[in-house]
Design a protein around this ligand. Structure first.
Ligand code: ARG
Length: 590
């Protein structure tokens, strides 16, 4: 149990002893750390409804708590607030307990089965900066959930089935109509080698997608190609499908490399296309429940509700040309996920601009009963990463910023800074690999720190600073702690039992360490890494303040020295754990 939950129980008990029952939390960190460590506002807040004087209630609680030896100071402040500070020995013992728990107090009350849909990469297109947030937030939430003891499965849910594939295939057909894939009468085996490489695809998609927007005829070709790809009974389907498979395989090879480099791993590499076989079955269910309607040749399901402030449009389950799109595959994927995994929750870490899509889909899923009422579907939307001009991030020459471009940009800047800092004795190779880790941390930390739901500006100068809330600051601090621990070990100093703090810097550090389980709970609750990024900064700042005022290795008192090494070790361990949730690796030196 976390320190604050423990305190909360103690203080609540005191209210109960005085005939007052409260459901909410009664303890919070003090707004005035110079006056106390914690505060309780419950007496003040309850007094009105109880028609009593808040100070009178507060005084009763205080006199009760004063009996308890875990407190050093308990007093009434102002109109009825209670200030609380802990006894130093109690605090040290609490930290000592945390130090021997491998989970350091991190644990969920009730483990759940959660399927996380994140990544969302599209076949035939490289990752762009928009995919970064989904990858980092999704992977981070997955790792947090695992850390808490939940059973989690991550699925990349590749965009591999809709119109974009028809656009690519029709473009290939225009360029190379002689390819065997376009010969309707061909009966033999198709080549094992793909006719297009990923480099080809990187050029084909943008060209073709611009072309269909300009040219109605090409749009019709793309639509037809999509329909042939999706319908087994259409002439030419077999060749289209074989070509499609090559495109998917080439893309997956490339995407796996990109995600690997980011340290992002999916348990499942499924795509929109995988649910295809379940669509007729699902449509039958919809049909039998009389949920479908024809509208202008399309098959739709109404999902609006009378209390909607803005109208929620119907789901389009089959287009006029008979093909299915994003909404249909989304629903059929849910249908399959429920059958195969029966999760307690499904989370979607997707661009905030897709909120309406998920609102429609979730309504359709519950309404039709393909998802049980108690299975929670959650949309975890995120804002856009913008450039300094506040507009979606572009490359220097105005093109779409691919993820690889961004990584390169930040890496260049990290290398330059490393060289300027004149780090002694690093080989060129070490500079490169360290610069890679720093730039990776720069991007991921900045992204994690930014409020999940709002847009943010990627300010490369600010994010690469070595002071303040930045990836480089946390890494410097982590590297320093690791090297101190190494030095301690070389000097034969083992981490020992945590001693009562003897100065404010040490007390503050212990209090900060004690917050870890609450921070993880809060991040999980809010489905956000911002709390983790902020806490890493607070923890390392508290550690550095302590470090700057303490001579750890050369301290004469062995108990103190060992206790300080223990505190350092705990901070090192928390750094590693939390950086790991952001898929950030610590360099050896920097
Ligand atoms: N491929 C989609 C896109 O790039 C994102 C997929 C998100 N996941 C989902 N289940 N719809 O917009």
């Amino acid at each position: 149990m976390s320190l604050s939950s423990y305190l909360n129980n103690v203080v609540k008990q005191s209210f109960t002893n005085n005939g007052i029952t409260i459901d909410e939390k009664v303890i919070k960190l003090s707004d005035r750390p110079d006056l106390s460590q914690f505060q309780c506002n419950a007496a003040f807040e309850l007094a009105k409804s109880m028609k009593q004087n808040p100070r009178v209630i507060a005084e009763k609680i205080v006199s009760d708590l004063k009996e308890n030896p875990i407190f050093k100071d308990v007093s009434v402040a102002g109109p009825g607030f209670i200030n609380i500070s802990l006894n130093d020995t109690f605090l040290a013992n609490f930290i000592q307990e945390m130090s021997i728990d491998p989970q350091m107090g991190i644990k969920a009350d009730k483990p759940k089965k959660i399927l996380i849909d994140y990544g969302g990469a599209n076949v035939a297109k490289p990752l762009h900066v928009g995919h970064l947030r989904s990858a980092i937030i999704g992977e981070g939430l997955k790792r947090l959930a695992k850390e808490l003891g939940h059973d989690v499965i991550g699925d990349v849910h590749l965009g591999d089935w809709g119109r974009p594939l028809g656009i690519v295939i029709s473009e290939i057909k225009r360029r190379n109509p002689e390819l065997v894939y376009f010969d309707e009468n061909y009966q033999g085996e198709y080549p094992t080698e793909s006719p297009v490489t990923m480099d080809d695809l990187n050029e084909i998609y943008p060209t073709a997608s611009a072309a269909v927007k300009e040219d109605e005829e090409r749009m019709i070709e793309a639509r037809d190609a999509t329909a042939i790809l999706q319908d087994e009974n259409k002439p030419g389907h077999r060749g289209y499908h074989a070509l499609w498979q090559h495109i998917v395989d080439e893309s997956i090879k490339d995407l796996k490399k990109s995600y690997d480099n980011l340290g992002v791993n999916f348990e499942l590499w499924r795509g929109e296309s995988d649910c295809f076989k379940s669509i007729p079955e699902m449509m039958d269910i919809f049909e039998s429940k009389k949920l479908l309607r024809q509208s202008n040749g399309a098959t739709i399901m109404e999902v609006d509700e009378p209390e909607d402030a803005t109208k929620v449009p119907p789901l389009i389950l089959k287009t006029q040309s008979g093909s299915v799109g994003y909404q249909t595959t989304e629903l059929a994927t849910i249908y399959e996920r429920v059958k195969e995994f029966n999760p307690d929750e499904i989370w979607y870490v997707v661009d905030g601009r897709q909120e309406m899509h998920f609102k429609q889909v979730f309504r359709g899923a519950y309404k039709s009963g393909i998802v049980p009422k108690d299975t929670r579907l959650r949309f975890i939307g995120f804002g856009t990463m913008n450039g300094k001009d506040g507009k979606p991030f572009k490359t220097r020459d105005g093109g779409v910023m691919k993820l690889a471009d961004l990584l390169e940009l930040v890496q260049e800047s990290a290398e330059k800074k490393l060289e300027e800092s004149g780090l002694q004795g690093l080989s060129e190779e070490e500079i490169k690999s360290t610069a890679y880790k720093i730039s990776d941390a720069t991007i991921k930390y900045a992204d994690a720190l930014s409020n999940r739901t709002t847009d943010y500006i990627f300010d490369i100068d600010k994010f690469t600073e070595t002071q303040g809330k930045t990836g480089p600051y946390i890494l410097y601090s982590a590297v320093r702690i690791n090297s101190l621990l190494k030095k301690a070990l070389e000097n034969g100093i083992e981490p020992g039992k945590v001693q009562a703090p003897t100065k404010e810097e040490e007390r503050m550090l212990m209090l900060t360490i004690s917050r870890l389980p609450d921070i993880v709970d809060m991040a999980f609750e809010n489905k956000s890494l911002t709390e983790i990024a902020n806490y890493l900064f607070e923890l390392n700042s508290a550690y550095n303040t302590f470090y700057n005022s303490t001579r750890i290795i050369s301290e004469d008192d062995n108990d103190k020295r060992q206790s300080w090494v223990q505190l350092s070790k705990m901070v090192g361990k928390i750094n590693k754990k939390l950086l790991d949730t952001m898929s950030i690796e610590e360099p050896e030196r920097m």
